[in-house]
Design a protein around this ligand. Sequence first.
Ligand SMILES: [Cu+2]
Length: 479
Amino acid sequence: MMKLRPFGIALCSFLFASALVYGESPPNVTPAADGDLPVEEAVLTSAPQVPPPITRRHPARVKVDVEVVEKVMRLSDGVEYIMWGFGGTVPGPFIRVREGDTVEFHLHNHPSSKLPHNIDLHAVTGPGGGAASSFTAPGHSSTFSFEVLNPGLFVYHCATAPVGMHIANGMYGLILVEPKEGLPEVDREYYVMQSEFYTTGGYGEEGLQPFSMEKALREDADYVVFNGSVGSMVGDNALRADIGETVRLFIGNGGPNLVSSFHVIGEIFDSVYVEGGTTVNKNVQTTMVPAGGSTIAEFRVEVPGTFILVDHSIFRAFNKGAIGMLKVEGEENLSIYSGKQEDTVYQPEGQVSTATPDSTAPALTPQQRLSEGERIFNQSCFACHQANGQGLAGIFPPLAQSDYLLADVDRAIRGIIEGQKGEMVVNGKTYNQIMPPQALSNDEIASVVSFVNRSWGNEGEMVEPDRVRKVRESLSSHE
Ligand SMILES: [Cu+2]
């Protein structure tokens, strides 16, 4: 929940005056003819939380206070970035008003800011969406007001030159204008906003990463994330719901460049408010969220499990961070989804099964084993553990410098044969995900384990197929 600051009447009129200094508002600005409207303070929330639905059935004058802060924030594990955030967060606070309300917007720019900022709300009918009227130097505040004429879910963003750079550094958020009659009731509402980051170093390169204008111009994003950082909605921070509940996602895309193909793996959106407007599409798998645009998606959750939110431009999801999670709890419903019912050997005639644990391959030299291991890694492991074994924050543990891997090679072999799930701690970070069993021969596992044991600074053992065979035998003797 955002901190709200109450403003006295006197201060308000002072802010009105200062708006004139920076704004292009005509000189005869007078308080709108809505002096009789009841006044209230907006409830503002940080992603993924959404303010409660509006229950009143009459217009109000809604005061919104947002402070811009420039500060170092986490972009990924070990990666920091100087973000410029509305409300000191990326994305900025979620604002919820009702069609016909008048919004009295107070934009404060923290004295420690290096740059002026402003706000263009796509919910505004007026020049620049409020940009010129809200232009605010460091250590100043601006006030302007607007009536929200159109219902829908709207993006807001900073529009100070260079606009792309202000957006790339985190200056966006969502404002929902509920229709007069309100939105249908649901059990859960969440705020999910996608955006990209362009950093001087590549994905995962540690340290404080400066913005790269060059990459931004090429639209060559290093990070594509939900709610401002890699892993913002995974593990303990995953979204939650219980079986039978209805979930509404308010999805925004700050860009600055990329259009999102928003998808929840294993769910179908029952209703989608196309582009955040009034048209409702039904039974949608993937919905487009334009840069500077939005979508509202609603669905009922019927079966338990972890449902992965992705940008289905899929390299962005598995390699650039655009992954979130919705954990659904409750009773299994095996008629909707059975889970795996059977696993049998499939061996078309004349094929040699690659699942045959013992291959007849000739013994390899260490050099051959490592290069064979590299080939297998690039086929079977890198999609999750990433090209340099660095993993993906909160989702796939690292193999590079992994204390877990290096502490117990037999355990690692077992994990590759049987798959692994449940909680594990790797380099002090807890993972609670699922690695599927890898259908590899003893020889192949020996090679890939040797390779990961000897790559990216790891100084673990070389492994021979015989050792894998023993681990495999110990597993089957336990069954
Ligand atoms: Cu700005």
